[in-house]
Design a protein around this ligand. Structure first.
Ligand code: ADP
Length: 191
């Protein structure tokens, strides 16, 4: 499955809850990219400037260096993609890979949160001791703009394939997770 939504919508938190409950393997391209930066790898040096400015890391780097390695992980019960795909190119590429593996995307959960709330959450998060280098106001504006430009079209893409379920991410964490769980349970019961 895929979890999709703007920065600050709670993708990371909810994805962690989902993988714990359903035993999926968690693939967060954002986490992997941040780790590369922290470890000062060759890729990390390249991607840092994109991350810090709130731009997407170019598709070829994400697919070749990040995704191809991540997808080789053990995944008996399935994979959960968090923050991936983020462009139509990545979505097409993922479909291709799934097709060749004789697998498919079952469910795409879209977490919808109002813009004002996103800002408040990220500003709050930036007061954290382990703050992210991309959680400052200017970069957040960029990240939101990039989301609406590049990632938003994926909602239509997955809607057409009848895989998209939109959930309000405005409620407290547990409330949102309950809503997500019932969507997943429904899906499992129907299939
Ligand atoms: P958020 O969505 O809250 O910004 P993420 O951890 O998902 O947090 O992503 C952080 C940053 O990592 C993004 O702003 C982008 O620069 C980069 N990134 C993550 N995933 C991708 C991806 N699939 N393609 C391109 N860039 C990505």
């Amino acid at each position: 499955m895929i979890v999709i939504g703007p920065p600050g919508c709670g993708k990371g938190t909810q994805s962690a809850n989902i993988v714990k409950k359903y035993g999926l393997t968690h693939i967060s391209t954002g986490d992997i990219l941040r780790e590369e930066v922290e470890l000062h790898t060759a890729i990390g040096e390249i991607v840092k400037k994109f991350l810090d400015r709130g731009y997407l890391v170019p598709d070829d780097i994400v697919m070749r260096e990040i995704f191809e390695t991540a997808i080789k992980q053990k995944c008996d019960k399935g994979l959960l993609f968090d923050g991936f795909p983020r462009t139509l190119f990545q979505a097409d590429y993922l479909d291709d890979i799934m097709y060749h593996r004789n697998e498919k995307i079952n469910l795409v959960i879209h977490l919808n949160v109002e813009e004002e709330e996103l800002f408040q959450r990220i500003v709050h998060r930036s007061e954290d001791a382990k703050k992210r280098s991309d959680d400052n106001e200017e970069t957040v504006r960029n990240r939101l703009q990039v989301y609406y430009q590049k990632t938003f079209p994926l909602l239509e893409y997955y809607k057409k394939k009848h895989k998209l379920v939109t959930i309000s991410g405005m409620a407290p964490i547990q409330g949102v997770f309950n809503a997500i769980s019932s969507i997943i349970d429904d899906y499992i019961n129907k299939s």
